[in-house]
Ligand binder design. Structure first.
Ligand code: ADP
Ligand code: MG
Length: 294
């Protein structure tokens, strides 16, 4: 069965999208079948992996984006998946096994225009089809915006696990705290829609520190995060085995450049020494996620 994981923090700009794209790429490079679902209206993961030309076509037409599933015209989620999304100029797959459920800017309408049937909220519609699709994957990863509105709810309701990308600062800690509070509220309102087959409600199972600058000591922010996590675990508001990941991702220019190149960092060719180091971080993180089985 696929492990379904949402990457979420109420703080924006912590590196959710960079983590998810690069980790997904490392998992796929190890032969895992990975589906990355982009639930952020900003579409950063989709633009990154599809590159602008292909993404523009979907954005202009409005079709092919995850939002078209919610418009109720009989569009199936499985029809929207872009298989082996990373390819070279000749259309040859560069990372077989990495698929994308893309989004475009129209996803914002899920928060505004979408009314739907109150007895069948968006996250339930999504979860039902995702449960079938997930059978074809080892990992389904959800990139979420920094909130728990409808789009994130789809990811969270479908997931077994939540990982919280964080920077070593006070705002990330606040973002994590807010997330756990909002999550508790969402679990209450969605409890009636959970079935036994779905297993227990999704909780935070990991914190991942990102963008760590060389020579900067992060022991104090890490300790504060650990204390907060312990409080939530004691209150049963985070998973009993939740932890701060040993792997942390260093700050590296190539992570920012990768977006422009339209490639995950592990596929970027001749680069600086720095690149190898940060690629090693993402590989270690992918391996640690594999070991952190629920
Ligand atoms: N490890 C890193 N090193 C350097 N820059 C990074 C790193 N991780 C993320 N960034 C940069 O930080 C910015 C925010 O990252 P992003 O992944 O878009 O965060 P989020 O999805 O949480 O908003 C982007 O410009 C991205 O390129
Ligand atoms: Mg993002």
């Amino acid at each position: 069965m696929a492990r379904k994981i949402s990457f979420l923090n109420y703080k924006g700009g912590v590196g959710k999208t960079s983590l998810i794209v690069n980790t997904a790429a490392c998992l796929a490079a190890n032969g895992r079948r990975v589906l990355l679902c982009d639930f952020d209206t900003q579409s950063n993961a989709s633009i990154w992996l599809l590159r602008l030309e292909r993404w523009n076509k979907i954005n202009a037409g409005g079709e092919g984006s995850v939002y078209s599933f919610f418009e109720g015209n009989g569009v199936l989620l499985s029809d929207l998946i872009v298989r082996d999304v990373v390819h070279d100029k000749n259309g040859k797959a560069m990372l077989p096994g990495l698929d994308l459920l893309p989004t475009t800017f129209n996803l914002v309408d899920l928060e505004n225009e979408f009314t739907g049937d109150p007895k069948r909220p968006a996250y339930l519609l999504f979860q039902e089809q995702m449960a079938e699709i997930a059978k074809d994957y080892d990992y389904v990863l959800f990139d979420c915006p920094p909130n728990l509105l409808r789009a994130s709810q789809c990811g969270v309701f479908s997931s077994h696990e939540i990982y919280v990308p964080s920077n070593p600062d006070a705002l990330s800690l606040i973002g994590f705290t807010l997330l756990v509070e909002k999550l508790g509220r969402f679990q209450q309102i969605s409890a009636g829609f959970r079935t036994a087959a779905m297993g227990p409600a999704t909780q935070v199972r990991g914190i991942i520190f990102n963008s760590i600058k060389t020579g900067v000591d992060i022991e104090v922010p890490k300790m504060r995060m650990q204390l907060r996590l312990n409080q939530f675990k004691t209150a049963k508001r985070a998973a009993s085995d939740a932890k701060i990941f040993d792997t942390q991702i260093r700050d590296a220019m190539v992570v920012r450049r990768a977006v422009t190149l339209g490639l995950p960092v592990n596929l970027i060719g001749q680069e600086t020494e720095h690149r190898d180091n940060v690629v090693q971080d993402y590989r270690s993180l992918a391996a640690e996620i594999e070991r952190h089985q629920p």
